[in-house]
Design a protein around this ligand. Structure first.
Ligand SMILES: Cc1cc2nc3c(=O)[nH]c(=O)nc-3n(C[C@H](O)[C@H](O)[C@H](O)COP(=O)(O)OP(=O)(O)OC[C@H]3O[C@@H](n4cnc5c(N)ncnc54)[C@H](O)[C@@H]3O)c2cc1C
Length: 446
Protein backbone atom coordinates (compact mmCIF):
# COMPACT_ATOMS: atom_id res chain seq x y z
CA UNK A 1 0.00 0.00 0.00
CA UNK A 2 1.56 3.22 -1.09
CA UNK A 3 1.59 5.88 -3.68
CA UNK A 4 3.31 3.86 -6.37
CA UNK A 5 1.05 0.85 -5.84
CA UNK A 6 -1.72 3.25 -6.65
CA UNK A 7 0.00 4.26 -9.84
CA UNK A 8 0.52 0.64 -10.85
CA UNK A 9 -3.13 -0.06 -10.30
CA UNK A 10 -4.43 2.98 -11.95
CA UNK A 11 -4.67 4.11 -15.42
CA UNK A 12 -4.60 7.69 -14.34
CA UNK A 13 -0.98 6.99 -14.96
CA UNK A 14 -0.01 7.11 -18.61
CA UNK A 15 2.72 4.94 -20.11
CA UNK A 16 4.37 8.18 -21.19
CA UNK A 17 5.04 8.95 -17.56
CA UNK A 18 7.52 6.13 -17.42
CA UNK A 19 9.48 7.42 -20.34
CA UNK A 20 9.53 11.19 -20.06
CA UNK A 21 12.77 12.59 -18.67
CA UNK A 22 12.37 15.43 -16.21
CA UNK A 23 14.24 18.43 -17.52
CA UNK A 24 14.16 20.12 -14.16
CA UNK A 25 15.43 17.11 -12.28
CA UNK A 26 18.21 16.19 -14.64
CA UNK A 27 19.44 19.76 -14.92
CA UNK A 28 19.22 20.39 -11.19
CA UNK A 29 21.56 17.49 -10.53
CA UNK A 30 24.44 19.21 -12.28
CA UNK A 31 27.04 20.46 -9.83
CA UNK A 32 28.09 23.12 -12.36
CA UNK A 33 25.09 25.15 -11.19
CA UNK A 34 27.07 25.93 -8.07
CA UNK A 35 30.17 27.23 -9.81
CA UNK A 36 31.09 30.89 -9.32
CA UNK A 37 28.70 31.55 -6.46
CA UNK A 38 28.87 35.28 -5.77
CA UNK A 39 26.12 35.42 -3.15
CA UNK A 40 27.57 36.89 0.04
CA UNK A 41 24.43 37.42 2.12
CA UNK A 42 22.53 35.31 4.63
CA UNK A 43 19.47 33.10 4.26
CA UNK A 44 16.58 32.24 6.55
CA UNK A 45 14.75 29.00 5.88
CA UNK A 46 11.28 28.68 7.43
CA UNK A 47 10.41 25.11 8.36
CA UNK A 48 12.63 22.14 9.29
CA UNK A 49 10.91 19.42 7.27
CA UNK A 50 12.62 17.57 4.42
CA UNK A 51 12.66 20.63 2.13
CA UNK A 52 14.05 23.04 4.71
CA UNK A 53 16.60 20.59 6.07
CA UNK A 54 17.91 19.76 2.62
CA UNK A 55 18.12 23.45 1.66
CA UNK A 56 20.15 24.04 4.84
CA UNK A 57 22.36 21.02 4.18
CA UNK A 58 23.12 22.36 0.71
CA UNK A 59 23.79 25.91 1.92
CA UNK A 60 26.19 24.60 4.54
CA UNK A 61 28.06 22.59 1.90
CA UNK A 62 28.39 25.78 -0.18
CA UNK A 63 29.58 27.87 2.78
CA UNK A 64 26.51 30.14 2.76
CA UNK A 65 25.33 31.64 6.07
CA UNK A 66 21.83 30.44 7.06
CA UNK A 67 19.42 29.69 9.89
CA UNK A 68 16.35 27.44 9.92
CA UNK A 69 13.38 28.65 11.96
CA UNK A 70 10.98 25.86 12.95
CA UNK A 71 7.61 26.36 14.66
CA UNK A 72 7.36 23.00 16.44
CA UNK A 73 9.60 21.44 19.05
CA UNK A 74 11.21 18.99 16.62
CA UNK A 75 12.76 18.69 13.19
CA UNK A 76 11.25 16.45 10.51
CA UNK A 77 7.80 17.94 9.86
CA UNK A 78 5.80 15.20 8.18
CA UNK A 79 8.57 12.67 8.86
CA UNK A 80 8.61 11.39 12.42
CA UNK A 81 9.38 8.42 14.60
CA UNK A 82 7.75 6.56 17.46
CA UNK A 83 9.92 4.45 19.76
CA UNK A 84 8.73 1.97 22.39
CA UNK A 85 5.43 1.01 20.74
CA UNK A 86 6.96 -1.97 18.93
CA UNK A 87 10.37 -3.63 18.82
CA UNK A 88 11.29 -1.45 15.84
CA UNK A 89 11.04 2.29 15.27
CA UNK A 90 7.70 3.25 13.75
CA UNK A 91 7.53 5.84 10.96
CA UNK A 92 4.79 8.18 12.11
CA UNK A 93 4.81 10.10 8.82
CA UNK A 94 6.57 9.18 5.58
CA UNK A 95 7.89 5.64 5.40
CA UNK A 96 8.39 4.59 1.75
CA UNK A 97 11.11 5.82 -0.56
CA UNK A 98 9.20 5.99 -3.82
CA UNK A 99 11.71 5.08 -6.49
CA UNK A 100 15.42 5.70 -6.66
CA UNK A 101 15.81 8.10 -9.55
CA UNK A 102 16.00 11.21 -7.42
CA UNK A 103 18.61 13.28 -5.57
CA UNK A 104 17.63 12.00 -2.14
CA UNK A 105 18.06 8.37 -3.23
CA UNK A 106 21.46 9.29 -4.69
CA UNK A 107 22.50 10.78 -1.36
CA UNK A 108 21.18 7.81 0.61
CA UNK A 109 22.94 5.39 -1.69
CA UNK A 110 26.22 7.25 -1.30
CA UNK A 111 25.90 6.75 2.49
CA UNK A 112 25.21 3.01 2.09
CA UNK A 113 21.83 3.20 3.79
CA UNK A 114 20.09 -0.18 3.57
CA UNK A 115 16.75 -0.35 1.81
CA UNK A 116 14.33 -3.21 1.20
CA UNK A 117 12.18 -3.49 -1.89
CA UNK A 118 8.51 -3.59 -0.89
CA UNK A 119 6.94 -6.37 -2.94
CA UNK A 120 3.68 -6.78 -1.08
CA UNK A 121 0.58 -7.34 -3.18
CA UNK A 122 -2.75 -5.56 -2.89
CA UNK A 123 -5.97 -7.23 -1.80
CA UNK A 124 -9.39 -5.59 -1.85
CA UNK A 125 -12.41 -5.50 0.42
CA UNK A 126 -15.07 -5.80 -2.24
CA UNK A 127 -18.72 -6.79 -1.88
CA UNK A 128 -18.05 -7.77 1.74
CA UNK A 129 -15.22 -10.14 1.05
CA UNK A 130 -11.45 -10.07 0.61
CA UNK A 131 -10.39 -10.65 -3.00
CA UNK A 132 -7.07 -10.40 -4.80
CA UNK A 133 -8.53 -9.33 -8.15
CA UNK A 134 -11.51 -7.18 -9.04
CA UNK A 135 -14.16 -8.10 -11.61
CA UNK A 136 -13.34 -4.91 -13.55
CA UNK A 137 -9.75 -3.67 -13.58
CA UNK A 138 -10.17 0.01 -12.88
CA UNK A 139 -8.53 2.92 -14.65
CA UNK A 140 -6.80 1.85 -17.82
CA UNK A 141 -6.80 5.11 -19.70
CA UNK A 142 -4.28 7.44 -21.31
CA UNK A 143 -3.72 10.69 -19.48
CA UNK A 144 -4.67 12.96 -22.36
CA UNK A 145 -8.11 11.40 -22.62
CA UNK A 146 -9.14 12.23 -19.10
CA UNK A 147 -11.72 14.94 -18.45
CA UNK A 148 -11.19 17.56 -15.75
CA UNK A 149 -13.64 15.98 -13.32
CA UNK A 150 -13.14 14.36 -9.95
CA UNK A 151 -11.77 10.83 -9.58
CA UNK A 152 -15.13 9.74 -8.27
CA UNK A 153 -17.11 11.19 -11.16
CA UNK A 154 -14.63 9.80 -13.67
CA UNK A 155 -14.92 6.30 -12.20
CA UNK A 156 -18.71 6.52 -12.45
CA UNK A 157 -18.44 7.84 -16.02
CA UNK A 158 -16.37 4.78 -16.85
CA UNK A 159 -19.10 2.48 -15.57
CA UNK A 160 -17.68 1.61 -12.15
CA UNK A 161 -20.64 1.13 -9.85
CA UNK A 162 -20.96 2.33 -6.29
CA UNK A 163 -19.51 -1.01 -5.13
CA UNK A 164 -16.15 0.42 -6.31
CA UNK A 165 -16.53 3.70 -4.38
CA UNK A 166 -14.45 2.66 -1.37
CA UNK A 167 -11.67 1.41 -3.64
CA UNK A 168 -11.71 4.64 -5.64
CA UNK A 169 -11.58 6.46 -2.31
CA UNK A 170 -8.51 4.44 -1.27
CA UNK A 171 -6.78 5.22 -4.57
CA UNK A 172 -7.46 8.95 -4.15
CA UNK A 173 -6.35 8.56 -0.54
CA UNK A 174 -2.87 7.66 -1.74
CA UNK A 175 -2.83 11.17 -3.18
CA UNK A 176 -3.92 12.55 0.20
CA UNK A 177 -7.34 13.37 -1.24
CA UNK A 178 -11.01 12.54 -1.22
CA UNK A 179 -12.11 11.01 -4.53
CA UNK A 180 -14.64 13.81 -4.93
CA UNK A 181 -11.95 16.53 -4.82
CA UNK A 182 -8.97 15.10 -6.71
CA UNK A 183 -8.87 16.00 -10.41
CA UNK A 184 -8.60 12.97 -12.69
CA UNK A 185 -7.03 15.12 -15.40
CA UNK A 186 -4.54 17.21 -13.42
CA UNK A 187 -3.46 14.32 -11.27
CA UNK A 188 -2.67 12.31 -14.39
CA UNK A 189 -0.72 15.26 -15.79
CA UNK A 190 1.27 15.34 -12.54
CA UNK A 191 2.00 11.66 -12.91
CA UNK A 192 3.30 12.09 -16.45
CA UNK A 193 6.30 13.91 -15.01
CA UNK A 194 7.17 11.23 -12.47
CA UNK A 195 10.66 9.88 -13.19
CA UNK A 196 11.68 8.48 -9.82
CA UNK A 197 10.89 4.89 -10.77
CA UNK A 198 8.09 2.47 -10.06
CA UNK A 199 9.47 0.52 -7.13
CA UNK A 200 8.96 1.33 -3.47
CA UNK A 201 11.54 0.81 -0.78
CA UNK A 202 11.53 0.75 2.99
CA UNK A 203 14.37 1.50 5.34
CA UNK A 204 15.47 -0.89 8.05
CA UNK A 205 15.79 2.11 10.33
CA UNK A 206 13.06 4.73 10.19
CA UNK A 207 12.85 7.37 7.43
CA UNK A 208 13.23 9.97 10.17
CA UNK A 209 16.52 8.45 11.36
CA UNK A 210 17.84 8.39 7.79
CA UNK A 211 17.07 12.08 7.28
CA UNK A 212 18.29 12.99 10.76
CA UNK A 213 21.61 11.18 10.41
CA UNK A 214 22.49 12.11 6.85
CA UNK A 215 20.94 15.54 6.32
CA UNK A 216 20.03 17.18 9.63
CA UNK A 217 22.99 16.17 11.80
CA UNK A 218 25.57 18.52 10.23
CA UNK A 219 23.26 21.55 10.53
CA UNK A 220 21.54 21.01 13.90
CA UNK A 221 23.31 24.03 15.43
CA UNK A 222 21.68 26.29 12.81
CA UNK A 223 18.09 25.25 13.64
CA UNK A 224 15.92 27.32 15.98
CA UNK A 225 12.99 25.26 17.31
CA UNK A 226 9.71 26.32 18.99
CA UNK A 227 9.60 29.50 16.91
CA UNK A 228 6.51 29.96 14.72
CA UNK A 229 7.03 32.69 12.13
CA UNK A 230 4.07 35.07 11.88
CA UNK A 231 5.14 37.70 9.35
CA UNK A 232 7.59 38.40 6.56
CA UNK A 233 8.35 41.97 5.53
CA UNK A 234 10.14 42.25 2.21
CA UNK A 235 9.40 45.93 1.60
CA UNK A 236 13.05 46.96 2.05
CA UNK A 237 16.39 45.50 0.89
CA UNK A 238 16.61 43.20 3.87
CA UNK A 239 13.79 40.75 4.49
CA UNK A 240 12.53 40.87 8.08
CA UNK A 241 11.10 37.63 9.45
CA UNK A 242 9.17 38.02 12.69
CA UNK A 243 8.17 35.22 15.06
CA UNK A 244 5.09 35.08 17.31
CA UNK A 245 7.05 36.67 20.17
CA UNK A 246 7.89 39.60 17.88
CA UNK A 247 11.54 38.63 17.67
CA UNK A 248 12.83 39.83 14.29
CA UNK A 249 15.41 38.08 12.10
CA UNK A 250 16.97 39.82 9.12
CA UNK A 251 18.01 38.06 5.91
CA UNK A 252 18.96 38.69 2.29
CA UNK A 253 16.95 35.73 1.05
CA UNK A 254 14.16 33.70 2.64
CA UNK A 255 13.16 30.16 1.69
CA UNK A 256 9.62 29.38 2.82
CA UNK A 257 8.96 25.63 3.19
CA UNK A 258 5.84 25.56 5.40
CA UNK A 259 3.01 23.20 4.33
CA UNK A 260 0.56 24.48 1.70
CA UNK A 261 -2.20 24.48 4.35
CA UNK A 262 -0.31 27.16 6.32
CA UNK A 263 0.00 29.36 3.22
CA UNK A 264 -3.62 28.81 2.21
CA UNK A 265 -4.78 29.87 5.68
CA UNK A 266 -2.58 33.02 5.62
CA UNK A 267 -0.95 31.98 8.88
CA UNK A 268 2.09 33.94 7.79
CA UNK A 269 1.38 37.50 6.65
CA UNK A 270 3.47 39.25 4.02
CA UNK A 271 4.33 42.92 3.58
CA UNK A 272 3.76 43.84 0.82
CA UNK A 273 1.01 41.28 0.31
CA UNK A 274 1.96 38.45 -2.03
CA UNK A 275 0.84 39.00 -5.64
CA UNK A 276 -2.79 37.92 -6.07
CA UNK A 277 -1.73 35.54 -8.85
CA UNK A 278 0.25 33.68 -6.20
CA UNK A 279 -2.43 33.59 -3.52
CA UNK A 280 -4.96 32.51 -6.18
CA UNK A 281 -2.59 29.66 -7.01
CA UNK A 282 -2.38 28.63 -3.33
CA UNK A 283 -6.18 28.58 -3.19
CA UNK A 284 -6.34 26.02 -6.02
CA UNK A 285 -4.36 23.41 -4.10
CA UNK A 286 -6.16 20.75 -2.16
CA UNK A 287 -4.70 19.73 1.19
CA UNK A 288 -7.07 17.38 2.94
CA UNK A 289 -7.13 15.65 6.30
CA UNK A 290 -4.76 12.75 6.90
CA UNK A 291 -4.14 10.22 9.65
CA UNK A 292 -2.01 7.19 10.40
CA UNK A 293 -3.06 4.74 13.11
CA UNK A 294 -0.83 1.90 14.26
CA UNK A 295 -2.62 -1.13 15.68
CA UNK A 296 -0.61 -3.76 17.54
CA UNK A 297 -1.97 -7.31 17.68
CA UNK A 298 -0.91 -10.61 19.24
CA UNK A 299 -1.21 -12.39 15.88
CA UNK A 300 -1.18 -11.53 12.19
CA UNK A 301 -4.69 -12.26 10.92
CA UNK A 302 -4.74 -9.60 8.17
CA UNK A 303 -3.70 -9.29 4.50
CA UNK A 304 -0.41 -7.58 3.68
CA UNK A 305 -2.27 -4.68 2.07
CA UNK A 306 -6.03 -4.24 1.89
CA UNK A 307 -7.83 -1.45 0.01
CA UNK A 308 -11.51 -0.64 0.24
CA UNK A 309 -12.57 -0.19 3.86
CA UNK A 310 -15.26 2.40 4.42
CA UNK A 311 -13.71 3.64 7.68
CA UNK A 312 -10.13 3.28 6.48
CA UNK A 313 -9.30 3.07 2.76
CA UNK A 314 -6.00 1.25 3.15
CA UNK A 315 -4.62 -1.15 5.74
CA UNK A 316 -1.03 -2.34 5.44
CA UNK A 317 1.27 -4.63 7.40
CA UNK A 318 3.63 -2.05 8.87
CA UNK A 319 6.39 -4.55 9.61
CA UNK A 320 7.30 -5.21 5.96
CA UNK A 321 11.01 -4.49 5.54
CA UNK A 322 11.62 -4.34 9.31
CA UNK A 323 13.28 -6.88 11.51
CA UNK A 324 10.66 -7.49 14.20
CA UNK A 325 8.64 -10.13 15.97
CA UNK A 326 5.71 -7.75 16.57
CA UNK A 327 2.48 -7.58 14.56
CA UNK A 328 1.66 -3.98 13.66
CA UNK A 329 -1.03 -3.00 11.20
CA UNK A 330 -1.00 0.48 9.71
CA UNK A 331 -4.35 2.13 9.02
CA UNK A 332 -3.65 4.82 6.39
CA UNK A 333 -6.59 7.21 6.29
CA UNK A 334 -7.05 10.27 4.08
CA UNK A 335 -9.73 12.66 2.86
CA UNK A 336 -13.33 12.23 4.01
CA UNK A 337 -12.47 9.12 6.00
CA UNK A 338 -9.79 11.02 7.95
CA UNK A 339 -12.23 13.89 8.49
CA UNK A 340 -14.77 11.44 9.92
CA UNK A 341 -12.29 9.77 12.29
CA UNK A 342 -10.95 13.20 13.33
CA UNK A 343 -14.53 14.20 14.22
CA UNK A 344 -14.80 11.30 16.68
CA UNK A 345 -12.67 13.40 18.98
CA UNK A 346 -10.56 10.85 20.85
CA UNK A 347 -7.91 8.24 20.08
CA UNK A 348 -10.02 5.60 21.82
CA UNK A 349 -13.02 6.33 19.61
CA UNK A 350 -10.83 6.26 16.49
CA UNK A 351 -9.27 2.94 17.53
CA UNK A 352 -12.66 1.40 18.30
CA UNK A 353 -14.05 2.43 14.90
CA UNK A 354 -11.10 0.78 13.16
CA UNK A 355 -11.33 -2.39 15.28
CA UNK A 356 -15.01 -2.64 14.48
CA UNK A 357 -14.32 -2.44 10.75
CA UNK A 358 -11.51 -5.00 10.99
CA UNK A 359 -13.71 -7.33 13.06
CA UNK A 360 -16.26 -7.25 10.24
CA UNK A 361 -13.57 -8.13 7.70
CA UNK A 362 -11.77 -10.76 9.78
CA UNK A 363 -14.51 -12.42 11.87
CA UNK A 364 -13.83 -10.65 15.15
CA UNK A 365 -10.11 -11.40 15.21
CA UNK A 366 -9.13 -7.74 15.58
CA UNK A 367 -10.70 -7.13 18.97
CA UNK A 368 -9.67 -10.61 20.12
CA UNK A 369 -5.96 -10.03 19.49
CA UNK A 370 -5.74 -6.24 20.01
CA UNK A 371 -2.87 -5.04 22.23
CA UNK A 372 -2.47 -1.28 21.70
CA UNK A 373 -2.83 1.59 19.24
CA UNK A 374 -1.24 4.92 18.47
CA UNK A 375 -2.96 7.66 16.48
CA UNK A 376 -1.15 10.31 14.39
CA UNK A 377 -3.66 12.84 13.20
CA UNK A 378 -1.94 15.29 10.82
CA UNK A 379 -5.05 17.44 10.62
CA UNK A 380 -4.66 18.19 14.32
CA UNK A 381 -0.99 19.15 14.11
CA UNK A 382 -0.99 22.96 14.43
CA UNK A 383 1.88 23.56 11.99
CA UNK A 384 0.92 20.91 9.42
CA UNK A 385 -2.93 20.91 9.29
CA UNK A 386 -3.42 18.16 6.73
CA UNK A 387 -1.72 15.43 4.73
CA UNK A 388 -0.17 16.76 1.54
CA UNK A 389 -1.09 18.98 -1.41
CA UNK A 390 -3.05 17.53 -4.31
CA UNK A 391 -4.29 18.78 -7.68
CA UNK A 392 -7.93 19.81 -7.71
CA UNK A 393 -10.28 20.38 -10.65
CA UNK A 394 -9.10 23.42 -12.68
CA UNK A 395 -5.66 23.25 -11.06
CA UNK A 396 -4.00 24.44 -14.28
CA UNK A 397 -0.48 25.80 -13.72
CA UNK A 398 -1.15 26.76 -10.07
CA UNK A 399 1.74 24.61 -8.87
CA UNK A 400 4.24 26.37 -11.13
CA UNK A 401 2.96 29.82 -10.09
CA UNK A 402 2.98 28.89 -6.39
CA UNK A 403 6.60 27.78 -6.65
CA UNK A 404 7.86 30.98 -8.32
CA UNK A 405 10.11 33.33 -6.38
CA UNK A 406 8.87 36.80 -5.40
CA UNK A 407 11.13 39.84 -5.92
CA UNK A 408 14.17 37.55 -6.10
CA UNK A 409 14.13 37.49 -2.32
CA UNK A 410 11.35 35.12 -1.29
CA UNK A 411 11.75 31.55 -2.51
CA UNK A 412 9.19 28.79 -2.05
CA UNK A 413 9.90 25.11 -1.40
CA UNK A 414 8.16 22.14 0.21
CA UNK A 415 6.49 19.09 -1.27
CA UNK A 416 3.55 21.03 -2.77
CA UNK A 417 5.98 23.31 -4.65
CA UNK A 418 7.67 20.43 -6.42
CA UNK A 419 7.02 20.90 -10.12
CA UNK A 420 8.87 17.74 -11.24
CA UNK A 421 5.86 15.48 -10.58
CA UNK A 422 7.38 14.39 -7.27
CA UNK A 423 5.15 16.42 -4.96
CA UNK A 424 3.56 14.56 -2.01
CA UNK A 425 6.86 12.82 -1.29
CA UNK A 426 9.96 13.31 0.82
CA UNK A 427 12.27 13.19 -2.16
CA UNK A 428 9.99 15.73 -3.91
CA UNK A 429 10.31 18.04 -0.91
CA UNK A 430 14.09 17.60 -1.00
CA UNK A 431 14.16 18.44 -4.72
CA UNK A 432 12.10 21.57 -4.09
CA UNK A 433 14.63 22.66 -1.44
CA UNK A 434 17.39 22.04 -3.94
CA UNK A 435 15.60 24.05 -6.63
CA UNK A 436 15.00 27.00 -4.28
CA UNK A 437 18.72 27.20 -3.49
CA UNK A 438 19.75 26.81 -7.14
CA UNK A 439 17.24 29.48 -8.17
CA UNK A 440 18.37 32.11 -5.70
CA UNK A 441 22.02 31.47 -6.46
CA UNK A 442 21.29 31.83 -10.18
CA UNK A 443 19.20 34.95 -9.57
CA UNK A 444 22.09 36.45 -7.58
CA UNK A 445 24.37 36.06 -10.61
CA UNK A 446 22.13 38.18 -12.85
C1 LIG B 1 0.61 10.34 6.85
C2 LIG B 1 1.64 10.65 5.81
C3 LIG B 1 2.33 9.64 5.18
C4 LIG B 1 3.28 9.91 4.20
N1 LIG B 1 3.98 8.89 3.62
C5 LIG B 1 4.97 9.17 2.73
C6 LIG B 1 5.82 8.14 2.25
O1 LIG B 1 5.69 6.97 2.61
N2 LIG B 1 6.83 8.49 1.38
C7 LIG B 1 7.02 9.78 0.98
O2 LIG B 1 7.93 10.05 0.19
N3 LIG B 1 6.23 10.78 1.45
C8 LIG B 1 5.23 10.51 2.32
N4 LIG B 1 4.47 11.51 2.84
C9 LIG B 1 4.71 12.89 2.37
C10 LIG B 1 5.97 13.48 3.01
O3 LIG B 1 5.95 13.23 4.38
C11 LIG B 1 6.00 14.97 2.75
O4 LIG B 1 5.87 15.21 1.34
C12 LIG B 1 7.30 15.64 3.19
O5 LIG B 1 7.75 15.13 4.41
C13 LIG B 1 7.03 17.13 3.28
O6 LIG B 1 8.20 17.81 3.62
P1 LIG B 1 8.17 19.42 3.60
O7 LIG B 1 9.50 19.89 4.02
O8 LIG B 1 7.61 19.89 2.33
O9 LIG B 1 7.05 19.83 4.67
P2 LIG B 1 6.96 19.51 6.24
O10 LIG B 1 7.60 18.22 6.54
O11 LIG B 1 5.56 19.69 6.61
O12 LIG B 1 7.86 20.65 6.88
C14 LIG B 1 7.37 21.96 7.01
C15 LIG B 1 7.78 22.48 8.37
O13 LIG B 1 7.32 23.83 8.50
C16 LIG B 1 7.00 24.04 9.86
N5 LIG B 1 6.15 25.23 9.98
C17 LIG B 1 4.83 25.36 9.71
N6 LIG B 1 4.42 26.61 9.97
C18 LIG B 1 5.50 27.31 10.40
C19 LIG B 1 5.71 28.65 10.83
N7 LIG B 1 4.71 29.54 10.86
N8 LIG B 1 6.96 29.01 11.23
C20 LIG B 1 7.98 28.13 11.21
N9 LIG B 1 7.84 26.82 10.82
C21 LIG B 1 6.61 26.42 10.41
C22 LIG B 1 6.30 22.75 10.26
O14 LIG B 1 6.29 22.57 11.66
C23 LIG B 1 7.14 21.70 9.54
O15 LIG B 1 8.17 21.18 10.36
C24 LIG B 1 3.54 11.26 3.84
C25 LIG B 1 2.86 12.29 4.49
C26 LIG B 1 1.92 12.00 5.46
C27 LIG B 1 1.20 13.13 6.14
Amino acid sequence: MDRRDFIKHSAFFSIGGLLLPSVVLSSCRKETLFEDIDFKGNVIIIGAGAAGLYAGYLLKSKGIDFKIIEASNAIGGRIGKLEGFADYTIDTGAQWLHGKNNILADLIQSKNVQTTLDETELSYWFNNQIVTTLPQDPFIFEAENLPDVSFKEYAHQQGFGTEYDAIVEAIAGDQGASASLLSAYWNSKDEENWVSGDEDFKFQQSYFEVIEEHIAQPILDQIILNTPVQSIDYSTDKVIVQDINNVAYSADRVIITVPMSILKLNEITFNPALPSEKTDAFAKFGMGPGMKVFLKFSSKFYADVLYGGTICGAYADDTVGKSTSDNVLLAFIMGDQAAYLHSLGSDTAITNALLQELDGMYNGQATASFIASNVFDYTAKPFIKGAYGFSTIQMGNAREIAAQAVNKRLYFAGEAMNTNGHHQTVHGAVESGYNAVVNFINDSKK
